[in-house]
Design a binder for this molecule. Structure first.
Ligand code: AMP
Ligand code: MG
Length: 487
C-alpha cells in the first residue's frame, strides 16, 4: 500500500514534537479498513492483503515516506492546566494531500509509548478503538466535522487496565491534530518565536486567507471561533455529548476529536453527563456551548502577544471575537432547531417552540432522537409514535397544535416540512447500549455486530427495515449510565 506522504509538521521547530517509532505488536489482525476514505486520501490500496495492512496499521512496518513523531501539547483538563501532555499513545505518521486537495494527518493511536507517555503504556484497549471507529464515522455520515477512521487493528496483545483487555490500534485521519493545547504549549514556555511559526503554519494549512488579513492572528482566532460555534451547534442539535472537552481535545480545525467518554442522549436531559470522571458535570450536555467559549478564551490567552503589542488593545479585540462566538452559536442553534421542526428560517418564535418541546421532553423523559424524528410522522397524519415517546402520551398534544399552527402561519407545505425534518433528525445514531454490545462481542472475537452497526450508521437519515434495532431507545435495563475515558 502506497501513501504519497508530504510531511510538513515534522519540518516545524523541534520543540513541537519528538521523533519516535511505533512499538511492534505480537499478532496484529485487521478488523476494519475504510477503503472509501483511503481512496479519498489517494492511497493506492490495490489488491491488499489484510494480513499485510494489519502489519502496517499496527505500526509493525512503517509505510514508505512516514516520519513518525509524537506531537507536544499542553492542556486544561477539567479546568486545571497541565503544561506537558503531548501524544502519549499516538504517533503521527505524516500527511497526505487527498484527491480533494485537502492535506490530512495519518496517525496511529495505541501504537506504543512515546516521550510523552508519562506512566501510561502508550496502548489502547480494543473497546475504545471500536467506539471511536463507529462514532467518528457516524458523525461524518451525519454531516458533522470530525476526525475519521482509516483502520482498526486487533493487536493480539493484552493491555492492563483494571483487568487484562484485548488491545487495539486505531488509525485516525484529521485535517490536522493541532489543538488549542498546542498553542498553549509554546505560550507556557514563553516561546514567542515558535508560537509565531505555529500560527503561520496553522494559517497556511487551515486558514490561508487569515494570513492576508490586517491582523492575521486575530483573523485566525475568528476562524477558529466560527468553526467551533458551528461544530458545537451541530453537537447540540444531535444530542451529542463529547464528554471531555479539555483544551487538548479542542482542534483548531473545528473537527470533533477524541471520542473517549462520548455518548448520544437517549432520554432528553439538559444536565446529562455520562463520563465517569466528570464529577461536577463540567462537560454536561447543556454546558458544551459555554465550555467551548472558555476553551477559546484559553486560545486567546496564547495569541494575545501576536494580536497586538499593546496588551489592552489585544484583550479588547479578543473579547470582541469571544462575544461574536456567543452570537454565532446562538444563531447556528436557532437555525438547526428550526430545521428540526421543519422550519426553513429560524427566528425567536421557532426557538421558543423548540424550547417548549425540549422542556416537555425533559419532564416526560422523551427520547431526544426518536421524538424529533417522529415529528415527520406527526405531520404526515400519525402522531401516535411521537406521543408514545412521552411518559404521558397526552403531554405533547397542545404543543403539537401550536406547532402545526405555526407551520400554517408560515405557509410551509407539509411535504416540505416533513422532508426537512427527515433531513435534520437522524433515525439512526450510535447509541451507547448498542456500542456496548458491539464491544462485548468484539472482545470475544466476534466483529459481525461491529460491521452491521457500521453499515447502519452510513445512512443515518434513512429508515431501512434491516436497521430497525439501531433506531430503538434502550430498555431501562439496557441503558448505559456511565462511560469511561479511552485510556
Ligand atoms: P485523552 O484522555 O485521550 O485526551 O488523553 C489525555 C492525555 O493522556 C494525552 O496526553 C494522552 O496522550 C495521554 N494518554 C492517555 N492514555 C494514555 C496511555 N494509555 N498511555 C500513555 N499516554 C496516555
Ligand atoms: Mg486527547
Amino acid at each position: 500500500m502506497q501513501f504519497a506522504f508530504d510531511n510538513t509538521y515534522a519540518r516545524l521547530p523541534r520543540e513541537l514534537f519528538a521523533h519516535v517509532e511505533p512499538t511492534p505488536v505480537d499478532d496484529p489482525q485487521l478488523i476494519a479498513f475504510n477503503s472509501e476514505l483511503a481512496d479519498l486520501l489517494g492511497v493506492d490500496a490495490g489488491d491488499y492483503d489484510p494480513a499485510d495492512i494489519a502489519q502496517l496499521f499496527a505500526g509493525n512496518r512503517l509505510p514508505q515516506g512516514a516520519e513518525p513523531i509524537a506531537m507536544a501539547y499542553s492542556g486544561h483538563q477539567f479546568g486545571g492546566f497541565s503544561p506537558v501532555l503531548g501524544d502519549g499513545r499516538a504517533i503521527l505518521l505524516g500527511e497526505v494531500v487527498g484527491r480533494d486537495g485537502v492535506r490530512r494527518d495519518i496517525q496511529l493511536k495505541g501504537s506504543g509509548p512515546t516521550p510523552f507517555s508519562r506512566r501510561g503504556d502508550g496502548r489502547s484497549a480494543l473497546g475504545p478503538v471500536l467506539r471511536e471507529y463507529l462514532v467518528s464515522e457516524a458523525m461524518h455520515a451525519l454531516g458533522v466535522p470530525t476526525t475519521r477512521a482509516l483502520a482498526a487493528v486487533w493487536s493480539g496483545e493484552s493491555v492492563f487496565r483494571e483487568t487484562p483487555l484485548p488491545g487495539g490500534v486505531f488509525v485516525r485521519v484529521a485535517r490536522s491534530h493541532i489543538r488549542v493545547g498546542t498553542f498553549q504549549y509554546l505560550r507556557a514556555r514563553d516561546d514567542l518565536d515558535n508560537l509565531r511559526q505555529l500560527l503561520d503554519y496553522s494559517m497556511q494549512r487551515l486558514d490561508p486567507q487569515a494570513a492576508d488579513a490586517d491582523n492575521p492572528a486575530l483573523a485566525f482566532f475568528a476562524g477558529v471561533i466560527s468553526r467551533q460555534a458551528q461544530l458545537v451547534a451541530a453537537w447540540m442539535s444531535l444530542g451529542f455529548i463529547h464528554g471531555v472537552m479539555n483544551t487538548d481535545n479542542t482542534s483548531i480545525s473545528g473537527e470533533t476529536i477524541d471520542y473517549g467518554p462520548c455518548a448520544f442522549l437517549d432520554a432528553y436531559d439538559p444536565a446529562k453527563k455520562f463520563s465517569s470522571i466528570d464529577h461536577g458535570g463540567r462537560y454536561a450536555f447543556h454546558n458544551q456551548p459555554p465550555i467551548a467559549q472558555w476553551n477559546l478564551a484559553r486560545l486567546a490567552d496564547t495569541l494575545l502577544p501576536l494580536i497586538d503589542e499593546d496588551q489592552d488593545k489585544a484583550i479588547a479585540a479578543a473579547k470582541r471575537e469571544l462575544e461574536a462566538y456567543a452570537r454565532q452559536i446562538e444563531a447556528a442553534m436557532i437555525e438547526r432547531f428550526a430545521a428540526k421542526l421543519g422550519i426553513a428560517a429560524g427566528d425567536d418564535a421557532s426557538w421558543s417552540l423548540a424550547e417548549s418541546l425540549l422542556q416537555l421532553m425533559h419532564r416526560e423523559r422523551a427520547d431526544f432522537t426518536r421524538t424529533f424524528r417522529h415529528l415527520a410522522n406527526a405531520l404526515d397524519g400519525d402522531d401516535a409514535p411521537l406521543r408514545s415517546e412521552f411518559a404521558d402520551p397526552r403531554a405533547p398534544l397542545e404543543w403539537l397544535d401550536e406547532w402545526r399552527a405555526d407551520l400554517a402561519r408560515r405557509g410551509i407545505a407539509t411535504k416540505d416540512a416533513s422532508r426537512r425534518i427527515r433531513g435534520a433528525n437522524p433515525a439512526v445514531i450510535p447509541r451507547n447500549h448498542r456500542i456496548e454490545e458491539v464491544i462485548n462481542a468484539g472482545i470475544e472475537g466476534d466483529f459481525a455486530p461491529f460491521h452491521r452497526m457500521h453499515q447502519a450508521l452510513q445512512t443515518p437519515y434513512e429508515e431501512r427495515a434491516e436497521d430497525g434495532i439501531y433506531r430503538l431507545a434502550p430498555r431501562p435495563e439496557e441503558e448505559v449510565q456511565a462511560t469511561f475515558c479511552g485510556t
